[in-house]
Design a protein around this ligand. Structure first.
Ligand code: DPP
Ligand code: ZN
Length: 854
């Protein structure tokens, strides 16, 4: 097994300006014929095409069939040593979509055909230069039985459709925009179709089509409206218009990722399309809007300008996540969007930095590309883009974007190209900033303040250090934008942006009339860990008075994380909590104001995963016990306030808008604490039975589950019964079963595996049950007897034979075994070793297991 290195990049030896693809669809024997024009770029080079799981039927050069001796079919490539400088190559292959359980390339999703080609799935369809810097103009012809396949879709514009005498449908597509093969898509099936249209800023009409499984049409409208909002937003914010006459989205229940931005034909995991009040939570609606936006925004950042090689993945993903975050912030609560993003960085991304899979947002070495669709590349990547905007300003950033797109339209670009465009458009030296692309790990920031009353000078001292990571030992000083707010007496406030460029740096401010409370890293202005010397009082002061909602939330999170540490160090949980804290919480409950979602966040304890990242060795039992104690103390101390707040928050017929989302969120928060009282059963049941929407239903289930009430079992049984033929809702039931904090979880997971809707072949089902367990059930996953680890090992091994990409994602929580106590280390290592010893491991799982054990 051979890892690839970023530095070994070579331009392609041949280009393929056009490709004509013909598909004769058959589940067991699809015939793919590919006719390509090739042009040599490198003198003397042999032509070496990628291919996997293909049966080669024919190779022709300029219409002359090659004999077996004229090419070499070994490993996963087709090599033709002797080819002209410009020629037509025809390749005919046979594939079996029905056997394709990896869901890469062409596969069956129920009775439909579907493709997923990113990153390297096209090589499972035909022999090709399967790399993002080979751009071709595609013509695609699809043939299938007309009656069963009313819709035969591919990228671009439909140019012909007819039905033959023998009942076959033949449809032809042409995509005028040259694209790499990872953006190719084909879908064939019988769907319900929702249609709409969009008039672009320049007045062109774009047909919008959304294809969903039969009977699901009523769940498609929200996604379609979200698409129109995204299209308008990109015009207004970045002056970017859609470029084809048609935009299609297909929803499928069988999908490895969230969605895929194929040119003109997005394929979506149905989880991120289908929604109605009865089945979708507020969170689901949020996700749908943001992912619809994400894939749409890729049309410019990803498709019109794509990546030179896969090491540059963050060029399109970090940037596009940033764009979808900005879109979501404009559509709803900007504060809540930011809090969600920060939580993800502080849990999964910091954990990845501290794991054997640590990598910079532009990785240096990759064995299996699918393993690098990570929170680091995506979400830390988005933070890096956000820092650029913070440093250059919104206007300067927009100018950099415009220059980047103008320079590289139609090209496969690099992260350096992006930085260069930002730099040139702003005449700003970004050479130090560029280190964010090459340096991995989480930077630790130290911050302190000194005030001299006599001279009225405030001195702030910042320091940075980045510990060695698994992949990289030497770390340089980064350019870190640190936004601060000074909270002075009498409600006076000042905002500043500090640019930290040294390991240690001092910033002075004159004419500061009194000693301020400093809000550091306002709005999480950089993806770093912050160690500040502020007192508990100062943190609570920030939580009450900072301008930025994110900073208020952040301060209280820091406060709790400090308290958890004190309890772990042996202090009494009651004693470490000052009365001021409860007064503040009480005042929020009594007068939550307009931003109820923020109040709910302010009243929430940090989650286990966030706290865990504060420790090199994770004190699992200590964190869980401290959290439990604090939760009970808050529930008891503010009991009546939770009840009256719960009763006072307005309840109205379901609507998905910022105010109603906030109302539901705050009520759910109150319910969550009330559940810890013995007499809460009735309220939990009432909340469940009176719910007219999935958010409230789930709130009742989660509250009763977390408080380990008897009600939970009955409610979950009712819920599972009621939705037992609806896969998307059953995924929620699987998730609830898998996140029970009690030992009952093992029996429940066993039972759920034999549920008629559970299937190992469907990634959504497997993730709903097993990822939920390993990533959101710390108590039982880390069960002292190692049972949790064994369960995950069983799931990974089983899944690896079916779908390696999904298996490799499942295994993540085991990789960091070195961060646990002796006996857990042993237990985790044991199950990793069992996996490592298996002879048939995929590259996906092998790369992770071997990095973890080495
Ligand atoms: N489908 C994935 C995404 O949009 C990969 N491009 O992020
Ligand atoms: Zn993306």
């Amino acid at each position: 097994r051979q890892a690839k290195s970023r530095h070994d990049y070579q331009p392609p030896a041949f280009l393929i300006p056009t490709i004509d693809l013909h598909f004769e669809l058959d589940s067991a024997a699809t015939i793919v014929s590919s006719v390509m024009q090739l042009r040599r770029q490198t003198a003397g080079a042999a032509l070496k095409l990628d291919g996997q799981h293909l049966k080669l039927l024919q190779v022709l050069i300029d219409n002359k069939q090659l004999s077996d001796a004229q090419y070499d079919l070994s490993g996963e490539s087709l090599t033709i040593p002797d080819v002209p400088d410009a020629f037509e190559l025809k390749i005919v292959t046979q594939i079996a979509p029905v056997e394709n359980t990896a869901l890469e390339g062409l596969y069956m999703a129920g009775n439909s055909y579907c493709t997923q080609c990113e990153a390297e799935g096209f090589r499972r369809i035909s022999y090709f230069l399967d790399r993002p810097d080979v751009l071709s103009e595609y013509r695609v012809t699809i043939k299938a039985a007309a009656a069963s396949y009313p819709y035969l879709l591919s990228n671009g514009n439909k140019i012909a459709e007819h039905i033959t005498a023998d009942g076959s449908r033949i449809v032809q597509w042409h995509d005028p925009f040259p694209k790499p093969c990872y953006l190719f898509a084909l879908v064939a099936g019988d769907y319900d179709l929702l249609e709409d249209n969009f008039i672009t800023a320049s007045g062109r009409e774009v047909a919008l089509q959304l294809f969903v499984d039969k009977g699901q049409a009523h769940r498609g409208d929200f996604a379609l409206q979200a698409l129109k909002r995204a299209m308008r937003w990109d015009e207004q914010r970045f002056n970017l218009e859609y470029d084809l006459d048609i935009y299609m989205v297909v929803a499928t229940d069988f999908f490895n990722m969230g969605a895929m931005e194929n040119k003109g034909l997005n394929v979506f995991n149905s989880k991120y399309v289908l929604a109605e009040t009865a089945t979708a939570t507020d969170r689901d609606y949020f996700n749908i809007e943001s992912i619809i936006g994400h894939e749409y925004f890729h049309n410019w950042t990803g498709n019109r300008v794509t990546c030179q090689d896969w090491f540059q993945l963050s060029l399109k993903e970090g940037l596009t996540v940033f764009r979808d975050q900005e879109f979501s912030a404009d559509m709803g609560s900007a504060t809540l969007c930011r809090i969600d993003a920060v939580k993800l960085i502080r849990t999964a991304q910091f954990a990845e930095d501290a794991s054997p899979m640590a990598h910079p947002i532009r990785p240096e070495s990759v064995l299996e590309m699918n393993n690098f669709y990570t929170v680091t590349v995506y979400d830390k990547g988005a933070e890096v883009i956000r820092m650029l905007q913070t440093i250059l300003g919104k206007e300067g950033f927009a100018q950099g974007m415009a220059l980047y797109l103008k320079r590289h339209d139609g090209q496969a670009a690099t992260c350096d190209d992006f930085i260069r465009a930002m730099q040139d458009a702003n005449r700003y030296d970004l050479s130090q900033f560029a280190l964010w692309y090459s340096q991995s790990g989480t930077t630790q920031l130290t911050a302190s303040q000194q005030y001299d009353a006599a001279t009225q000078v405030l001195t702030l001292t910042l320091g940075q250090s980045t510990a060695a990571t698994a992949d990289q030992s030497v770390k340089k000083a980064l350019l870190i934008p640190v936004r601060i707010e000074l909270l002075l007496s009498g409600n006076e406030k000042q905002s500043h942006l500090l640019l930290l460029t040294e390991y240690d740096q001092v910033f002075s401010f004159n004419n500061i009339s009194n000693e301020p409370v400093v809000v550091w890293l306002e709005h999480f202005s950089a993806p770093v860990k912050l160690q500040q010397q502020s007192s508990d009082d100062a943190l609570l002061h920030i939580a009450a008075f900072a301008t930025d909602g994110v900073a208020r939330w952040d301060a209280i999170q820091q406060f709790w994380s400090r308290k958890v540490a004190e309890v772990i160090a042996g202090k009494n949980a009651q004693h470490v909590l000052p009365p001021k804290l409860f007064q503040m919480m009480q005042s929020w409950l009594r007068d939550p104001g307009d931003d109820k979602a923020l109040i709910a966040e302010l009243l929430s304890l940090p989650d286990f995963e966030t706290l865990a990242e504060q420790y090199e060795q994770i004190p699992v039992d200590g964190i869980l016990s401290a959290l439990e104690q604090f939760r009970q103390i808050i529930a008891d101390r503010l009991q009546s306030d939770f009840v009256s707040c719960y009763q006072q928050v307005p309840v109205s017929a379901y609507q998905y808008d910022e105010a109603s989302v906030g109302n539901r969120r705050l009520r759910a928060l109150c319910l969550g604490y009330i559940a810890f009282q013995h007499n809460s059963q009735q309220l939990l049941q009432a909340h469940y039975h009176q719910a007219d929407n999935m958010s409230d239903t789930i709130a009742a289930l989660m509250a009763s589950q977390q408080a380990q009430t008897d009600t939970f079992k009955a409610l979950l049984a009712d819920f599972s019964q009621r939705w037992n033929s609806d896969v998307l809702v059953m995924d929620k039931a699987f998730g609830l079963a898998a996140t029970q904090p009690s030992e009952q979880v093992f029996t429940s997971i066993e039972e759920m595996q034999s549920h008629p809707l559970f299937s190992w072949k469907n990634p959504n089902r497997v993730r709903a049950l097993f990822s939920a367990f390993s990533m959101r059930n710390p108590r039982q996953f880390h069960s002292a007897d190692g049972k949790g680890y064994q369960l995950l090992q069983y799931a990974v091994a089983k899944m690896d034979a079916i779908n390696p990409q999904v298996a490799a994602r499942l295994i993540t929580p085991l990789l960091s075994w070195r961060r646990y106590d002796e006996s857990r280390q042993q237990a985790m290592r044991n199950v990793l070793q069992v996996l490592a010893d298996s002879s048939s491991l995929s590259n996906d799982v092998f790369e992770k297991v071997s990095r973890s054990l080495s």
